[in-house]
Ligand binder design. Structure first.
Ligand code: AMP
Length: 218
């Protein structure tokens, strides 16, 4: 049990969403994206969504207690038996400590933390051109990975949109928040001996090869 308990770490725009799609398809593990769960809550106007929205729109982090609750609930579901891929969680040291305690209590361990690293100028270019499918969340880019038909998802035909928090001012704030609050997790997991650094400036296929090598075959 818990053969592939994986975390994708890295700044916004590093390609976590793109790589996550491939990993979960190959390894048969669920994709746990706190960002996706929060966006769904905002869309459905749940009490949690209403609380989270103002933080998300400003590029700030949603309070630890909210996201830790989301992840604890999600880990109760049976589809996490063989593992999971966390994407966008943890983002702070208290979140990482809460995850360690939760996994400990069910006798599981993180197997790998994949830190995808990309230069800051490149992140700004990537994020401000990003477009995402409203229905299946597949990411595209207006310049680097355009869909066959403008505004339409190649995978499911859904409508592509720009996330509210991908505007340039918000992107700069998200990168600042990453540097201050999330980057320390690289050291945290390095000390646990589970960290692998991945060069996120390579082509997506090459990044994925490096990930497969680090994680081991499905
Ligand atoms: P993402 O899609 O991972 O870039 O997340 C979008 C936004 O959701 C972030 O900018 C935060 O406002 C919020 N969010 C997602 N995951 C977390 C987390 N682990 N901790 C705090 N806020 C989060």
């Amino acid at each position: 049990m818990g053969q592939f308990d994986l975390i994708l770490l890295g700044p916004p725009g590093a390609g976590k969403g793109t790589q996550a799609g491939r990993i979960v398809a190959d390894y048969g593990i669920p994709h746990i994206s706190t960002g996706d769960i929060l966006r769904a809550a905002v869309k459905n106007q749940t009490p949690m969504g209403l609380e989270a929205r103002r933080f998300m729109d400003a590029g700030e982090l949603v309070p630890d207690s909210v996201v830790i609750g989301i992840v604890k609930d999600r880990l109760q579901e049976a589809d996490t038996d063989r593992g999971f891929l966390m994407d966008g969680f943890p983002r702070t040291i208290p979140q990482a400590e809460a995850l360690d305690a939760t996994l400990d209590s069910i006798d599981r361990n993180i197997s790998r933390v994949l830190a995808i690293l990309v230069d800051e100028q490149e992140l700004i270019r990537r994020l401000t051109g990003r477009r995402i499918c409203r229905d299946c969340q597949t990411p595209f880019h207006v310049a680097f990975n355009p869909p066959a038909r403008e505004g339409v998802c190649d995978v499911c035909g859904g409508e592509l949109y720009q996330r509210d928090d991908d505007s340039e001012a918000t992107v700069r704030n998200r990168l600042l928040v990453y540097n201050q609050q999330t980057e320390p997790l690289i050291d945290y997991y390095d000390r646990q001996g589970v960290l692998v650094r991945v060069d996120g400036e390579k082509e997506p296929d090459a990044v994925y090869e490096d990930i497969r090598e680090a994680v081991g075959r499905p």
